[in-house]
Design a protein around this ligand. Structure first.
Ligand code: MOS
Length: 776
């Protein structure tokens, strides 16, 4: 994004400085913060029984008459042109119906880029798909084979021969640094930040660290691989997709195929994990194109290997963090510089330099990040994008400086924790990070940590403890809308094209709607998961609960007014204004006179109506431009490192979260734990191995790309402050991505405490520990 965007965001922020807080969204705290009945209670997922019975149907399971199965052929060069094909063997193979290449693919437009401003765009690769012989990354799809079975398609794909004219490709991270780009902005923030004089602070410091931290590329590996089952019904395109962006996908496919939005229907009632990877990639476009060419429906269910070639993940990063502190352990300088990859056709920033701007009250800042143009698959968002890797660097550096100064790492954070946004001065909406630290430290037993590194040993095992801070911004998306329908039995149905990726979307919004409308849980149904429902933004940025929450809140206000109007004068509610009434006991009542009540059923019956429907929408999230709003956490880790093999075994993790009010402890605990387990993967296992000579991913299977298994995961305790954020719907902030942030640093810091070795390169594999062993 651009200078213009910086100017607009800066202008809006400045203008909001003059607007009274009460006028902004959240200006009056949500009454549900204090009036919770279903919210805050343990609720099992409403979709649980269907999933346990195997009745929940995922995208690759939708049956269709005459279905064909697709397999992709991937380029083996990073840049150049396709010179020719030999398709005879593939076309003659049994069951093959057709082979699609750029020579016979239908004409299609470019997918519109995913971004914050167009919710109908979801494209990650901003390139024409199979329209020309150009190759832009190693792994790009060069042919799609359609056959009567998946096995036949997979076999025939292996028979496709492609001749290339290879061109010189940029595939080396270190070489590309010389030509790095420095964008004007990252997400919606200004990229370059300078406050005060970091250099002078460093020279005058009582303690300082200055180190380089590296994190590798990561690939998406949700339990359900990306998949779509696609049919053309005349001029209408029907896509059963695994997506966290229903409307983004529908809008993009409409653009690609030159259709009206109403001609594209996308359904995705269940998604087996998204984490940022379940958006629009080439496979849905190729599947729809192949279905058009064949005149038959197509299932394109990516193999793990195809996923690694076609679904972008998290970019490699190199980050320099330099911290300075005075004799009292107060930060005087914070420098965070670094590089990430953003291929020329990519749309997503890995904004890892944002976390250091909100957490600690340094006197001076020097922050900027650079992007490398490489001829590789575009990377995308991946759980805690930016913050997951940014907190690794910042929080390891904080631990290093605490050690240098001889201050306990928790105490060091207490001396520096920000009490407002340290850069803009914006007040926090709510922030109690140190309470999270104190509660977490107590639960964990932090006082048992040995201050001196490498001083606790049990046989070959060196024992250590570490901690780190996690953070993720609060995001509420505009444009998310819901319909609330109340019928004459007094039952409510809430509908929105929202997403269920395993986090409990319908479960929590059912609790919300029940409390909002004064109904028992049993009287509320939530319908989500396809584009026939009211427009919704994506499930991403940990924003969905807040966005849907704001929309339900807005719809409920309309419902109250409409019902009051319908109720007329022949009612105990006669003469009351919307501000006089509230929802209670399945109807409306006067706030200070509960005897004046009429039920929904009674109002509708008297008006001779079978039901009433209203719409509500999440408006512009101006509050996030005026207030500093972040979920934060304190992560604690105890582990042991073998002094013989360098193997790391985790003994315990504690995650203590400050994320506003928790809406459903059962699903929330699961989100936190899942995020923390992904953090274990980041710390110990996950690493996409790239052959830098040709840009080819060499670890395109679970045999080579390691994720944590049950044996890697220790006891994980999660707890939370549960302090409401007065500026958000229901007092809650996002909890989807915060869990992964801070974990890798807590583990690396515990490794230092155990061994006295600083490994600043993820993942923390045994070789790195053995190669750094002190000479004792
Ligand atoms: Mo998230 S990385 O926005 O799914």
């Amino acid at each position: 994004m651009s200078k213009l965007q910086n100017a607009i965001v800066g202008g809006v922020r400045a203008a909001l400085g003059y607007v009274p807080d009460g006028w902004l969204p959240g200006g009056t705290p949500d009454p549900l913060i204090d009036k919770r009945v279903a919210l805050g209670t343990q609720q099992s997922r409403v979709d649980g029984p269907e999933k346990v019975r195997g009745a929940a149907r995922f995208a690759a399971e939708v049956p269709m008459e005459g279905l064909l199965y697709a397999a992709c052929v991937h380029s083996t060069i990073a840049r150049g042109r396709i010179a020719g094909f030999d398709l005879a063997a593939a076309e003659a193979a049994s069951g093959v119906v057709l082979v699609m290449t750029h020579r016979n693919a239908p004409k299609m437009n470019m997918p519109p880029a995913i971004g914050m401003t167009n919710l109908k765009a979801a494209g990650n690769n901003i390139l024409p798909v199979m329209q020309d012989p150009e190759i832009r990354w190693n792994g790009q799809t060069v042919a799609v084979v359609l056959a009567e079975t998946q096995e036949q398609a997979d076999h025939a794909a292996s028979l496709v021969l492609v001749r290339y004219e290879a061109a010189v490709a940029r595939t080396r991270f270190d070489e590309a640094k010389a030509d790095a780009r420095t964008p004007d902005s990252l997400m919606i923030e200004r990229n370059r930040l300078k406050r005060g004089n970091v250099k002078a602070a460093s020279q005058a410091a009582a303690g300082r660290v200055d180190a380089i931290y590296r994190t590798p590329q990561h690939n998406h590996n949700p339990i359900e691989p990306n998949a779509a089952t696609i049919a053309w019904e005349g001029e209408r395109l029907v896509v059963h997709d695994a997506t966290q962006m229903l409307n983004g996908t529908a809008g993009s496919l409409a653009k690609v195929f030159g259709l009206k939005e109403s001609q594209v229907y996308v359904s995705s009632p269940f998604v087996g994990g998204g984490f940022g990877g379940k958006a629009l990639w080439d496979h849905q476009i190729l599947g729809a194109a192949a279905a058009k060419l064949a005149g038959r429906p197509v299932r394109i269910a990516l193999s793990r290997a195809s996923m690694h070639r076609l679904i972008g993940g998290r970019t490699q990063t190199e980050q320099r963090v330099a911290l300075s502190a005075d004799v009292d352990g107060k930060l005087t300088g914070l420098l965070h510089h670094g590089y990430s990859i953003k291929s020329p056709h990519g749309a997503c920033d890995e904004a890892f330099t944002l976390s250091g701007r909100s957490l600690y009250a340094s006197e001076s800042f020097d922050i900027v990040q650079h992007q490398l143009d490489l001829d590789v698959l575009a990377n995308t968002f991946m759980r805690g994008p930016g913050e997951a890797v940014g907190t690794f660097a910042i929080e390891c550096a904080m631990d290093e400086l605490a050690h240098e100064l001889g201050i306990d790492p928790v105490e060091f954070r207490r001396r520096n924790v920000a009490h407002c946004n340290p850069v803009s001065g914006a007040p926090h909406s709510q922030s109690d990070l140190m309470l999270a630290y104190d509660q977490g430290a107590e639960r964990f037993g932090w006082h048992r940590r040995a201050v001196r590194p490498r001083s606790r040993r049990e046989g070959e095992w060196l024992i250590g403890m570490g901690c780190a801070t996690g953070t993720f911004p609060y995001v509420r998306m505009p444009g998310t809308s819901v319909q609330i329908r109340v019928d004459c039995d007094g039952r409510a149905t809430v509908s929105s094209a929202a997403h269920e990726m395993g986090m409990g979307t319908a479960t929590v919004q059912r609790q919300h709607a029940a409390d909002r409308l004064g109904l028992p849980l049993d009287s509320v149904t939530v319908r989500i998961g396809d584009t026939s429902l009211p427009f919704s933004s994506f499930a991403g940025g940990s924003s969905q609960t807040a966005s849907l929450g704001a929309a339900i809140n807005a719809a409920s206000a309309k419902l109250a007014s409409e019902l009051l109007r319908l109720a007329g004068n022949d009612t105990s509610l006669a003469g009351l204004k919307a501000s006089d009434i509230e929802f209670a006991d399945g109807g409306l009542r006067k706030i200070d006179d509960p005897a004046r009540h009429e039920s929904f059923a009674s109002i509708l019956r008297r008006a001779a109506r079978s039901d009433i429907s209203v719409m509500g929408e999440s408006g512009a999230p101006l509050e996030v431009l005026k207030f500093s709003m972040h979920s934060t956490s304190a992560i604690f880790c105890k582990l042991r490192v073998s002094d013989v093999t360098g193997e790391i075994r985790l003994d315990r993790l504690v995650g203590s979260f400050d994320c506003g009010r928790i809406l459903n402890p059962k699903t929330a605990a699961s989100q936190f734990r899942g995020g923390m387990i992904m953090g274990i993967g980041m710390a110990l296992n996950e690493e996409t191995l790239v052959d830098e000579r040709n840009g080819r991913i060499m670890s395109a299977s679970f045999a080579d790309y390691h994720v944590p298994v049950h044996l890697d995961v220790p006891q994980i305790d999660v707890l939370w402050t549960d302090i409401p954020d007065p500026r958000t719907p229901m007092g809650a902030r996002g909890i989807g991505e915060i869990g992964i942030t801070g974990v890798a640093a807590a583990i690396a810091n515990a490794v230092f405490n155990a061994t006295g070795m600083r490994v600043r390169d993820l993942p923390l594999t045994p070789d790195k520990l053995l190669n750094n062993r002190p000479a004792s």
